[in-house]
Design a protein around this ligand. Sequence first.
Ligand code: ADP
Ligand code: ASP
Ligand code: MG
Length: 412
Amino acid sequence: MALIVQKYGGTSVGTIDRIRNVADRVIRTKRNGNDVVVVVSAMAGKTDELINLAHEITPTPDPREMDVLLSTGEQVSIALLAMALKEKGVEARSYLGGQAGIVTDDAFGKARIQSIVSDAIRKDLMEGKVVVVAGFQGVDEQNNITTLGRGGSDTTAVALAAELKADACEIYTDVDGVFTTDPNVYYKARKIRRISYDEMLEMSSMGAKVLQIRSVEFAKKYSVVLHVRSSFTDEPGTIVCQEDKEMEKVLVSGVTYNKNEAKVTIKQLPDRPGIAAQVFSKIADANIVVDMIIQTPSAEENHANLAFTVPITDYDQTLKITQKIASDLGAGEVVGNKDISKVSIIGVGMRSHTNVASKMFASLANEGINIMMISTSEIKISCLIDARYTELAVRALHDAFELDKPPSEESL
Ligand code: ADP
Ligand code: ASP
Ligand code: MG
């Protein structure tokens, strides 16, 4: 008998009818002779609604209470799904993250799973029950409720699959799989049949929200093969797995965009050893992760302009910190810009091919799009641009690298 972990996202459990549809799918899997553990997200829009409620009370909710609040979204879905399963004659039991033995660190809002004590789940499975687990949450060692960051139900599913040594981990969502770019942005986006963990890691960290980045990190670390697919059809989706020779032949696998960063520039910063270290250590002390950085000479001799990007959620705090540093160091003004976005191209084939970067820059230039910053890794190139041109840039890059055309091994 195989053990299958299935995760259903917010849209897939967005209405009572859809919860019944999920129950039918789970029952089909069970009747095919499998044990099933189901992880569910909050119903579509619920988490945003809860965040808005908190912000009606205060712009800076207490992190612990915020997690108590946000975890309730998933509590609703597990109970409803377990009821739907029972109504259809299948024994099921729902569990909150903590009840399912998911222990995390105490970083409220972005907690990391540290261990899973799966005895209760195993016992239910032995008794033939379907186990329904709330995604996106756990408890810390003090038994405080924690949440795993937006999209965290993916990570719950993969972590459970790893702990239970599941035979399959299926991520059911509202699109048919992982596409060459967001299918809701470009109609020419093509479903990728197989993608390597490393490419998927870059896709997720560069903005493709179809899988939370930590879920891919877990999958890679514990060799959990993922099947990302639609909860509305029976079409095969995308397999996320170890890289193989065929994958290397593909130059660029995907284009992503991320509108969730902001740019901060400190003008006329004295240009001497140790200055960058001072600036970025203050920002790091506030637990803010800096992404792209560029330093250019300023008009005044021995001075430079230093620009960098941070998550948009940390923007206000970064401005405050940076203004203080700028005045301490006798620098010029600090300028912020939230209307930026990062477009990236990703592909393992880039390692062994030249001219990929120049082709990317040329296709942005052809559309009259100015590049503010560039960053690269072995398998990715990112450009920071004006947010207004995001969709235009995504389509231009998708066309330039002909991503709508299947690579030869995929053209069945
Ligand atoms: P779920 O609620 O099922 O977790 P999400 O909204 O988190 O679903 O993720 C699915 C969404 O991810 C899709 O609706 C799509 O708009 C978006 N997306 C962004 N980039 C991609 C991509 N490269 N392939 C597939 N979907 C993508
Ligand atoms: N409900 C959470 C969110 O909206 C977690 C998830 O859906 O994966 O981010
Ligand atoms: Mg998601």
